[in-house]
Design a protein around this ligand. Sequence first.
Ligand SMILES: [Fe+2]
Ligand SMILES: [Fe+2]
Length: 190
Amino acid sequence: MTPKEKIINELKKTERDGIDNLITAMEEGKFFTAPCSGSFHLAEPEGLAKHSLNVLEYARKLNEAWGRLVADDSLVIVSLLHDLGKMGAFNKPNYVENVLKSGKAAAKPYKTNPDLLYVPHEIRSIVEAERWIHLSEDEEFAILYHNGMYSELKYAYSGKETILSLILHFADMWCSRVIEIEDEGKEEKE
Ligand SMILES: [Fe+2]
Ligand SMILES: [Fe+2]
């Protein structure tokens, strides 16, 4: 199965109302072919899909190790959708190819789209998901604070951590900082 097929399969299994419309929006928004970052981790076509699946895999491992504290369908929803905002919005991609004026390939293969107004991707993920499906309060909170103390939202999150948000944060950090890193010393960390 391709990353796209795996993601669609997992999302459909949640049987959440509106999930088919969300999947269509993800296809039209090019979620399945988007990169995951400009240069830091999985800066390649399908990078966002691969990262989302990696996060689900590690979120499940953590949940299993810690005694199945949260329902699997919530893990699927928050893991696969936490970076949904990185596909962009308003028919504009979040990342565009970073081509130098000389026409040569840049060291950083993608850059943030200058034609898309900046909204933190945690917030955009929630907005885009909730156009189509209902997120529970716990799921919405976990997606909003998935970057933990690495986010501009860190002071709002500190001291209010939930089990689901911690599992998502730890799984996301482990994947982006350990599993998906090939080269050290890269600059962009999202
Ligand atoms: Fe993220
Ligand atoms: Fe992520």
